[in-house]
Ligand binder design. Structure first.
Ligand code: SAM
Length: 269
């Protein structure tokens, strides 16, 4: 039960702290991020993410799903606070705000903890810049059961509101790892599985690639593509054909095409 009245002030310390998490610097300092929406929060709770603070509008407890979520959050030890609609709109920064917003602890995995056993498909994203692309890739990876995403080099933040939102809850099931290019090279040298790189000048048509066994798909950055260094760690560089005059496919789209081809090759679906 909540004993306090709903928070109605935008200058409440907790509200200000949650709004601060819009900034990457604040997220990195605190090691937390914001998850919006009942459905995405269920995904997070089910996947064991630790929620610290949960904001909700009291009138929404009339919705069974919201009431169930708040109950689960309380049981997990999160501080659940009632807020006014106006405050909720300020936190969500949208006209049609989500009715439950939570602060969760970030979860990142070490490269050495990467589970790359036979049925696992992993993705390496080099210097990805666009959080919308990252969220879309997480959503697609989740759809094909590829739960490891390794962010190589300096990348956008997987815990930004844009990336989390674009993933449509899939971020909760993805194991994100961050690594420098050098560390990835060292790790790769000690791993016997296949790394397939997506490259505009790849020698192999993506439908002919050898994708059997434990596999990592390496994707290049939006601007410059796959670096020569990362390309050299790949067993094969594959290309998706395009008609003359087209520069390239969008990063998230090409990742989706390749993930589905890899799964089709192995009869996964
Ligand atoms: N100008 C960049 C380049 O030279 O690679 C374009 C980068 S593209 C927007 C981002 C990434 O998507 C590429 O690095 C590659 O990994 C993948 N990609 C896009 N189109 C592709 C294609 N037709 N074949 C293979 N990979 C592709």
């Amino acid at each position: 039960m909540t004993s306090q009245p709903p928070i109605t002030s935008h200058s409440n310390q907790t509200i200000k702290a949650v709004k601060r998490l819009r900034m990457r610097k604040a997220r990195e300092e605190e090691g937390t991020f914001v998850i919006e929406g009942v459905r995405h929060l269920f995904d997070a709770v089910e996947a064991g993410w630790v929620l610290r603070i949960v904001l909700f509008e009291p009138s929404d407890l009339a919705r069974p799903k919201t009431a169930e979520l708040i109950e689960k959050c309380r049981a997990s030890g999160a501080t659940c606070l009632e807020v006014s609609r106006d405050v909720m709109a300020g936190v969500a920064k949208r006209d049609n705000p989500e009715t439950v917003i939570a602060v969760a602890e970030q979860r990142l995995y070490e490269l050495d903890a990467l589970d790359v056993s036979a049925d696992k498909l992993s993705i390496v994203l080099e210097e990805i810049r666009d959080p919308g692309n990252l969220g879309t890739i997480a959503r697609t990876a989740d759809a094909v059961g590829a739960y490891n995403i390794v962010l190589v080099g300096s990348t956008c933040d997987p815990f930004s509101p844009e990336a989390v939102r674009a993933s449509m809850g899939s971020f909760a099931r993805i194991r994100f790892t961050r690594a420098s290019l050098e560390d990835f090279q060292i790790w790769r040298a000690g791993w016997s599985g296949q790394v397939v790189g997506a490259h505009l000048e790849g020698a192999v048509d993506y439908r002919q690639a050898n994708t059997s066994g434990p596999l990592i798909l390496a994707m290049g950055t939006e601007q410059a593509g796959l670096s020569d260094t990362l390309s050299r760690t790949c067993d094969e560089l594959v290309r998706i054909p395009m008609v003359d005059g087209v520069d390239s496919l969008n990063l998230a789209i090409s990742t989706g095409v390749l993930l589905y081809q890899i799964r089709a090759n192995s009869g996964y679906f």
